[in-house]
Design a protein around this ligand. Sequence first.
Ligand SMILES: *Cc1c(COP(=O)(O)O)cnc(C)c1O
Length: 424
Amino acid sequence: MNIFSKEYAKSLDQQDELAHFREEFYLKEGRIYLDGNSLGLLSKRAERAVLDLLHSWKDYGIDGWTQGKHPWFYLSELLGEKMITLTGATAEEMIVTGSTTSNLHQLVASFYQPKGQRTKILADELTFPTDIYALKSQLRLRGYDPAEHLVLVESEDGRMLKEEAIIAEMTEEVALIILPGVLYRSGQVLDMEQLTKAAHERGIWIGFDLCHSIGSIPHELSNWEVDFAFWCNYKHLNGGPGSTAALYVNKRHFGQAPGLAGWFGSKKDTQFDMTLELDHAEHAGAYQMGTPHILSTAPLLGALELFNEAGIDRIRKKSLQLTNYMMELIEHELVEFDFTIANPRNDQQRGGHLFLEHVEAARICKALKEHGIIPDFRAPNGIRLAPVALYNTFEDVWNTVHILKTIMETEQYKQYKNERDVVA
Ligand SMILES: *Cc1c(COP(=O)(O)O)cnc(C)c1O
């Protein structure tokens, strides 16, 4: 069979052992959704979980905290348990709480402990902006000037980072390191194990932002001895817009007081003693602050079931097949149209999405949307395409590349302005 034919795409779908998960999601007829790395789709199970939770409120009122199928008081901890296979951490090392940004603030407030000449925070210039804003403000709160105390590892090509370059910046002045697991633009996977080892050899604590890696690649946070990590649950994990985020703290740090304290960081059995001395939990739960956002947490009960059934190794395998297939088709069909594949080619470094660069990227994305294909534009010239293992098909990939080819051949994109919308 000709590997560039549509029949070949269909034959890959027939061999796909995860194909049946597609029926678990709400997909729109005539639409190919490739933006699961920005906002994952709603699954029927996540919807069910939200409705069940609303009913527990209806039925139990205040007693919903301790009664019903999923008592709210223990929900944040319970969901940590359901993420074990995704993170390779223990249940006690994880808690579902806050947002990515607020969790980063919490973890920096807790783990940034400048001493002597070690006052700097090391991050990278390709990181998601909110992380940089949070780090700068944390430095200012401690009386340090970010211009001097925030060190950003530079990228040679503006797309990727070299682990050796990061390690070279792990000097005796660095107190803390914050890096992404997968870069949000190029989708590069950083070697978290190697970086953690290098940091620890130099006496530095290290934490990772897993927003683009959770649910997309496997992790072994405990084995790698990563100090802490944090992530959102609305991208690959399909927890819904603004769903409650999560964090991980390695067990050797248990017992340390949280930098930002609140009553939900208490031990469960003493929280309602209402004393004015915080008796903080001796696990990741200590890093919670106020009452959990139960309604924004509920979808995860359903969403995570799907991951545990499918298994992250099978998800990763299919994801690599999908992105690899898409790159092959792009190289075959779109050679003359000046696209640059700006994500890593090799499986080890490639995350869950592709990153194409093109000078007309903004309006090419608009043309794709007109054809029912949902990409993700990243200024100034990037198109992210995420064929997602749980709900995209090889035929989706084939159709996408062929529609993109038509758009380029007929120059349909020229009907649109080459600028981004408010939410790109
Ligand atoms: C999506 C994303 C965020 C978003 O932070 P929120 O607090 O959830 O808005 C942060 N960091 C990275 C790397 C992301 O990809």
